[in-house]
Structures are given as structure tokens and as C-alpha cells.
Ligand binder design. Structure first.
Ligand code: PMP
Length: 357
């Protein structure tokens, strides 16, 4: 028998491309087009390299306290990690330990099934309806846990908090994870429900609204009990997930609420303008409350548009998966970037029409 039969085999998650050419218009991984808060650069420049001799604070108290204060929680209700991917993966490992299947939508963040496979967690995908909305009823049956991205990705669709609350209330026997990676672009957060429901875990990230994808900071908020269990698993895995630079930069970002509001406001305004122009060009899309739009064209296949954009150094995201193969996920860049993309699409679609006639 070969050693290979003992390997934990997984089909890994495929992240969006990170082209090395800096001149491309990069709208494929939902990054923020604006820089992090000015205090972040200052804080990083001020780091005394002597601190690097020592291990960082394993409790990450500085950042945990800053986040707890911002969200009106106690420090025992906050957990931080290396991006929300790390936090979510740790949460799957901690809370989804049942023989019953966990539930999540059929169209959602494509890391969920990868973690489930990695940790051998049984799962059952629940189909979104024809408008790409989550059907609350699908989450009222027996399960070993629930994970819902709100707003959902890659659709951008937001589910009302009252609907999510019904799911959380109906499932006291399992942990409900609400992945709020995109919540700061106009959705309503579930965080206020934390005081009512011990089984609710909400995750957020610095990667989108705080322009810090490269720093890798994510966090979870929940009851003291949930966060306690999460810490037990983390400290059984790696005590020092967060490095000093990330901790220092993260605190500086949280301290500048005004900048955070200005940047998210700008992205939201650009998104709304982009919606108008996309509609004029013959695209349809579910209403987005995120920093991306999931769009399909009336007569040009998504794959064709994806290819022609890429040839012209414009990167968006496309999945060759059932139900969504004719959609493109277009992240919101600066106004200038969006104008360039939309002007390009306008010319391309006009030429196509001319050739057709
Ligand atoms: N959840 C969702 C729904 C996402 O789209 C992403 C970004 N790929 C993440 C979580 C993870 O983001 P990060 O690890 O950068 O915090």
C-alpha cells in the first residue's frame, strides 16, 4: 500500500488571479480601490523593529479591545484571525462537529464546501430561488450548523436581518455563522442580535471596507461562550496567528471611523452609478449591497465578455458553474476605473450590434 492512500486529499479553493502587471484594471477579487486609513501607514512606519525579537501578544488584546469598543461588545465577545478565511475555517473546525449535515446556499462563497471537505463535515446545499435569494424555509430543518454570507457572494444579495433572526431562533441546537465580509457597503449587520442569541457567530474582515486585504485581518463576534470555544481551538492550533505589524495596523484602522465612512460611502456611490450604466448597456443583475455587481448580458455570453476584457487588461471574475456561468462578478473600483470599463463595454457591444446587422 502506498503512503498516498493516507493523504488527506482536498480540492483546494481557487482564489481570483493576482496579475503581476500593475497596469491592469483589477476588478476580480473585491479589493478596495482606495488606500487604508492614513494612520495605518504612519503606524507601520513607526514600528520599532526590536519588538520583532519577541512573540506577539497571543491574545491580541489591543486589536480585540479596539474592535470590541467599536461594536459595543466586551473583549470576551471578539476573536481575531488572519483574514476572515482563517476565522471561518477555525469556526468550521470548532462548531461543525456533528454527524448531521451543515447547511449553506448552493451559490455562495466557494470556500465553504472546501472547508467542509477538508474537515470531513457533511453538508447539504440549499438552492437559492430564481432571484438568487436565500429561502429562509430551507434552514428550518434538522442540521449540524448553518453558514450564510450576508450579503451573499458572488450574488451581492442582502437578506433582511429579521429573516436571518428567524433562522437563528429556530436553530438553538446549532451554531449559525453569518459571514458579513461585505456588510459595510450598505447592509444591516446582525451584530445587535448577539446579545439575544448564544448560537450566533458573526464574522467580518479588514480586506474590503478597510482596504487591507494584504494585511490579512478578520474577526468574529459572538457570545462569550462561542468565543471561548473558538479560542480553545485556536490555542490548540497556533497561539500566534496575528503578527505585530497586522495588530498595529489593524488598531490604527479601527481608530479612524471617519475615513472608514468616507471610503465605504465613495464605493457605494460608484456602485450605484455603475448599476445605472450597466443597465443601460443591457446587463441585468440582482441588486447589490456589496462592493461588486454580479451581472449577465442580454445577448453576449459572460465568457466572451470575460475573455475580451482580459485581453484588454481588465480583470473580472467568472465561474464555469451551473446557474451562474452566464454571470460576471465585477468589483467596484474608482470612478475612473469604472468609466474605463463601461466605456470599453459600450464600444464593444456597439460594434457587436453593428456586425450582427
Ligand atoms: N467571506 C466572503 C463571502 C468572501 O467573499 C471573502 C473574500 N474572498 C472572505 C470571506 C474572506 O476574506 P478575507 O479572508 O480576506 O477576510
Amino acid at each position: 500500500m502506498s503512503w498516498e492512500s493516507n493523504v488527506r486529499r482536498v480540492v483546494p479553493y481557487v482564489a481570483g488571479e493576482q496579475p503581476q502587471n500593475k497596469n491592469v484594471i483589477k476588478l476580480n477579487t473585491n479589493e478596495n480601490p482606495y488606500p487604508p486609513a492614513p494612520g495605518v501607514e504612519q503606524a507601520l512606519r513607526g514600528i520599532d523593529c526590536d519588538i520583532l525579537r519577541k512573540y506577539p501578544d497571543p491574545e491580541v488584546s489591543g486589536l480585540v479591545c479596539a474592535l470590541a469598543k467599536r461594536h459595543g461588545l466586551s473583549k470576551e465577545q471578539v476573536f481575531v484571525g488572519v483574514g476572515s478565511d482563517d476565522v471561518l475555517s477555525m469556526s468550521f473546525l470548532t462548531f461543525f462537529n456533528s454527524q448531521k449535515p451543515i447547511l449553506f446556499p448552493d451559490i455562495t462563497y466557494s470556500f465553504y464546501d472546501v472547508w467542509a471537505d477538508l474537515y470531513k463535515i457533511p453538508y447539504e446545499c440549499q438552492p437559492l430561488d430564481g432571484q438568487f435569494c436565500i429561502r429562509k424555509e430551507d434552514y428550518l430543518k434538522e442540521n449540524g450548523g448553518i453558514v450564510i454570507a450576508n450579503p451573499n457572494a458572488p450574488t451581492g444579495v442582502f437578506m433582511e436581518v429579521s429573516q436571518l433572526e428567524e433562522i437563528i431562533r429556530a436553530n438553538p441546537g446549532s451554531v449559525v455563522i453569518v459571514d458579513e465580509a461585505y456588510i459595510d457597503f450598505g447592509g444591516e449587520s446582525c451584530v445587535p442580535l448577539i446579545e439575544k442569541y448564544e448560537n450566533l457567530l458573526v464574522t467580518q474582515t479588514f480586506s474590503k471596507s478597510r482596504s487591507m486585504a494584504g494585511m490579512r485581518i478578520g474577526y468574529a463576534m459572538g457570545s462569550e461562550k462561542l468565543i471561548g470555544y473558538l479560542n480553545d481551538v485556536k490555542f490548540s492550533f497556533n497561539s500566534y496567528t496575528m503578527n505585530d505589524a497586522a495588530i498595529i495596523a489593524g488598531i490604527a484602522s479601527v481608530e479612524n471611523e471617519e475615513y472608514f465612512k468616507a471610503v465605504t460611502g465613495k464605493v457605494i456611490r460608484t456602485r450605484e452609478n455603475t448599476k445605472k450604466r450597466l443597465a443601460e448597456l443591457g446587463f441585468t443583475f440582482p441588486d447589490s449591497k456589496t462592493n461588486f455587481i454580479f451581472a449577465s448580458h442580454a445577448y453576449v455570453p459572460a465568457e466572451e465578455i470575460f475573455d475580451v476584457l482580459r485581453e484588454n487588461e481588465i480583470y473580472v471574475r467568472h465561474w464555469n458553474k451551473p446557474r451562474i456561468e452566464n454571470y460576471l462578478r465585477i468589483s467596484i473600483g474608482t470612478d475612473e476605473e469604472m468609466d474605463a470599463v463601461l466605456d470599453f463595454l459600450e464600444r464593444y457591444l456597439k460594434n457587436k450590434k453593428a456586425v450582427k446587422h
